[in-house]
Ligand binder design. Structure first.
Ligand SMILES: [Zn+2]
Length: 304
C-alpha cells in the first residue's frame, strides 16, 4: 500500500515530467523550419556562374535543380550582364519543369567598373531604356537593380534620380544596396516607388532606424540576406528582429544574393538557414516573409 507521502511525491514527479514534456514540445515546435514555398528576392546569375560563350560552372539546369531542391518557387533575377537573367527568362520549359517563376530585373552594370559610377552615367540610363523596350522572352522587366551606392550622397546623382522616377512612373520595383541615409534620398526622388532595400542595411543600421524607415515609407520592403544581427550565433532569429517582423509582417522578403560562385555552392544551405530562422516565427508570418510578400509585389499566384 502506498503511503500518502509516496503518492504526493509521485504526483509531484508526474507533474514535473508533464511540465518538462510541455517545455520540450514547445521548444521542438518552435525549432521546426519553415516548410512552405520560398521566393528568392535577391538572385544573381552572373557571368562568372555562366558565361554562355565560355566557361559555365553553373548551367541553367543545375541552378534550377538547386532552387527546386531548396523549395524556391520564384526568383528576382538580376545578373551581370543582363544576359544571365534573359537566359533564365527564356528557359520556359526548364523553369516550368522546376516550378520556378522568373521575375526579371534590369541590372545597371555591364561590367565591374559600372558599380562605382552608374549614378552619374547617362549611358546607363540609355541602356535601361533599351532593355525596358526590348523586354524578355518571359515578358517585361519588373524592376531595376540591384544597384549599389557606397556613399549615400550619390543617391542624388542625376541618373540615380532619373531611374527612381522612371521606376515610379513605370511601376517597376527597385532593388538597392544602400545605407539608411540613401533610403531617405532615393524615396525623396520617387515617394511612390516600390523600393526593396537589399540586405536591409548591410552595414547594420540599428533596428530602431529600420523601424523608423518602415514607418515613414509604407512601400519600402526589406530584403534580408547578409543582414547583421538577424540571427543569434546558433542560427535562431534574434529577439529584436522577431519583434520587428511581428510589427511589419508584410514588409520583408528573403534572398540568397548569389553575387559570387561561392554563394551558388552554398545555395541550398543558405535557403535552409532562412527556413530555420523563419521557423522561429508564427507560421503565417513565416509564410509572408518566405513567399507572400514578394509574390504579391509581382502579382504571382501561389505555387501548386
Ligand atoms: Zn546582390
Amino acid at each position: 500500500m502506498r503511503t500518502p507521502s509516496f503518492t504526493f511525491r509521485a504526483r509531484r514527479m508526474a507533474a514535473g515530467l508533464a511540465w518538462a514534456g510541455m517545455l520540450a514540445a514547445g521548444t521542438a515546435s518552435a525549432q521546426q523550419p519553415y516548410r512552405g514555398p520560398l521566393f528568392d528576392a535577391h538572385l544573381h546569375y552572373n557571368e562568372e556562374a555562366c558565361d554562355f560563350r565560355a566557361a559555365c560552372p553553373y548551367p541553367v539546369a543545375e541552378v534550377l535543380a538547386m532552387m527546386q531542391r531548396a523549395g524556391v518557387r520564384a526568383i528576382i533575377a538580376n545578373s551581370r550582364t543582363n544576359e544571365g537573367s534573359k537566359v533564365l527568362a527564356a528557359s520556359g520549359d526548364a523553369t516550368r519543369a522546376a516550378g520556378v517563376t522568373v521575375v526579371p530585373f534590369i541590372r545597371l552594370y555591364r561590367n565591374r567598373a559600372d558599380y562605382s559610377g552608374w549614378f552619374a552615367d547617362e549611358s546607363i540610363h540609355t541602356m535601361v531604356q533599351q532593355e525596358l523596350a526590348a523586354g524578355t522572352v518571359a515578358g517585361p522587366y519588373r524592376g531595376l537593380g540591384e544597384f549599389h551606392l557606397y556613399e549615400s550622397r550619390n543617391a542624388d546623382g542625376p541618373v540615380a534620380a532619373k531611374l527612381m522616377k522612371l521606376a515610379q512612373a513605370r511601376g517597376l520595383a527597385v532593388l538597392a544596396h544602400v545605407d539608411d541615409d540613401a533610403i531617405d534620398k532615393l524615396m525623396a526622388h520617387a515617394p511612390q516607388a516600390r523600393l526593396i532595400w537589399a540586405h536591409t542595411g548591410i552595414g547594420g543600421a540599428p533596428v530602431a532606424r529600420v523601424r523608423e524607415l518602415m514607418k515613414r515609407y509604407p512601400l519600402l520592403i526589406g530584403e534580408l540576406s547578409y543582414r547583421p544581427g538577424l540571427t543569434e550565433g546558433n542560427g535562431r532569429l534574434s529577439a529584436e528582429w522577431r519583434a520587428l517582423f511581428t510589427e511589419f509582417p508584410e514588409r520583408f522578403v528573403v534572398g540568397s544574393d548569389t553575387w559570387v560562385n561561392g554563394r551558388w555552392s552554398q545555395y541550398e544551405a543558405l535557403m535552409a538557414e532562412a527556413r530555420q530562422w523563419l521557423g522561429d516565427l508564427p507560421p503565417a508570418t513565416a509564410r509572408r516573409i518566405g513567399w507572400d510578400n514578394a509574390a504579391r509585389l509581382f502579382g504571382l499566384r501561389d505555387p501548386d
